[in-house]
Design a protein around this ligand. Structure first.
Ligand code: TRP
Ligand code: SF4
Length: 407
């Protein structure tokens, strides 16, 4: 058994395949993943079942987006050597864990998740009063808990889902982390650590439980890590005992808040498919140039000679992302004095975006023309994911008393 709660380095995140990825995804989510893949053990997956909860009546877009999304990830530099990439529906363990967790999840917990009502309001044209949609955040909990991930990079709107995951994990551990004779076994295990360590462990546990001393609990965990004389099973009991009663089978994850994307769209609002203001990663360069040339500017600049104000112009927001100080002062000065025209001003932006996308598009073309390579990368990622998922599920079944299935 390896359900030690301290796997501080496992990261898991997913993305719904509901359309082409754009610069907003790149500057927000993907750049963050690129950084994380060097620092942690990462699992990134295509959340196709989650996409079905809202697109059940139009699944074609999902089918069309799955492989494109994987290609986009690879093209921006997500490295299958550092991160396991997989597709949710290829790991049936997510579904079984979701089912098992549904047994212990009070309806009210799901009804109270803010995105439930919000999305129903927002997507009024769709009937989202479905069983699947209500279960959306719980399926997400299963995604996270099946890997016992400790860090979950998500945007602000997903934090409540990670919070629900923590509550479900806590409830699961509370219900199923107890074993007969637990207290006695713990006492035995403590003794095996030797007098000095036993005393230290007991002291640190008391400090944590009475005063919530976080340092005490991390010291205690480190102490347990170092023990050579106790079995893995005992170690696990002692980890569980630190925090309360039983064993921790499903550790509580943390949300790793993705810094909000600063990428503005073509109209100055946040770049988002629903605002129709995006530049997608694989858009044709001529089309991109055309979109940028047509982009609205400060409405005060009706004629070329009218001075403008960058603060009132969406093009200026793009300079904030792409331009150096020199270019930025050229814009400010030139705009306010009407020395430069808006097309001049857009020049460096067009250049910067095309230069940013050129290598991405080139790599995308390579993957496009070698689909079997992409499929192999995913197959390998699925296998890596499945190994972990199977192990967790075995322990979950044991804990819930479903062992008879195996005999
Ligand atoms: N719900 C997430 C989103 O819409 C996608 C997702 C599904 C996810 N499962 C996950 C993200 C697990 C993080 C972890 O963005
Ligand atoms: Fe906007 Fe640049 Fe035109 Fe000024 S010059 S209005 S900043 S596009």
């Amino acid at each position: 058994m390896t359900s030690l709660p301290n796997q501080p380095t496992r990261v898991l995140s997913g993305m719904r395949p509901t359309g082409a990825l754009h610069l907003g995804h790149y500057h927000g989510v993907l750049k963050n993943w690129l950084k994380l893949q060097h620092e942690y053990e990462c699992f990134f997956f295509v959340a196709d079942w989650h996409a079905l909860t809202t697109h059940y009546d139009d699944p074609a877009i999902i089918e069309a987006s799955v492989w494109d999304m994987v290609i986009d990830w690879l093209s921006v530099g997500i490295n299958p050597g550092s991160a396991s990439l997989f597709i949710q529906s290829r790991i049936p363990e997510h579904a079984e864990l979701h089912l098992l967790l549904s047994m212990i999840t009070p309806l009210g917990w799901l009804e109270r998740v803010p995105s439930y009502k919000d999305q129903q309001e927002k997507l009024k044209e769709k009937d989202l009063a479905t069983y699947g949609f209500l279960g959306y955040p719980l399926l997400q909990s299963a995604d996270i808990l099946i890997y016992r991930a400790s860090q979950v990079p998500v945007g602000e709107d997903q934090v409540a889902h990670v919070e629900l995951t923590r509550e479900v994990a806590r409830r699961f551990n509370h219900l199923y982390g107890r074993e007969i004779g637990f207290e006695e076994k713990v006492a035995e295990a403590i003794k095996k650590m030797g007098k000095k360590n036993a005393k230290l462990y007991t002291e640190l546990r008391r400090k944590y439980q009475e005063q919530g001393d976080d340092e005490a609990i991390s010291t205690a965990r480190a102490l347990l890590e170092d023990q050579q004389n106790i079995t893995l099973g005992d170690k696990e009991r002692l980890f569980g005992y630190l925090e309360g009663g039983g064993r921790i089978i499903l550790p509580e994850p943390n949300a790793l808040l993705t810094p909000a994307s600063k990428m503005p769209g073509l109209d100055g609002q946040k770049m988002s498919k629903s605002y129709n203001n995006t530049i997608s990663l694989r858009e044709d360069p001529a089309k991109i140039e055309q979109k940028l040339r047509k982009m609205p500017t400060d409405p005060a600049r009706v004629r070329r000679n009218d001075p403008g104000e960058p603060e009132k112009c969406p093009v200026w927001s793009l300079h904030q992302v792409y331009s150096d100080d020199e270019t930025k002062s050229w814009v400010q000065q030139g705009c306010r004095s009407a020395d430069i025209g808006c097309l001049d001003c857009k020049g460096p932006i067009i250049e910067a975006i095309l230069a940013e996308l050129a290598p991405i598009q080139e790599r995308a073309m390579e993957y496009e023309s070698d689909r079997s390579l992409v499929r192999n990368i995913i197959s390998e990622g699925c296998e890596q994911a499945r190994d972990v998922a199977r192990q967790t599920l075995t322990e979950v079944r044991q804990a819930m008393g479903l062992d008879y299935r195996q005999s």
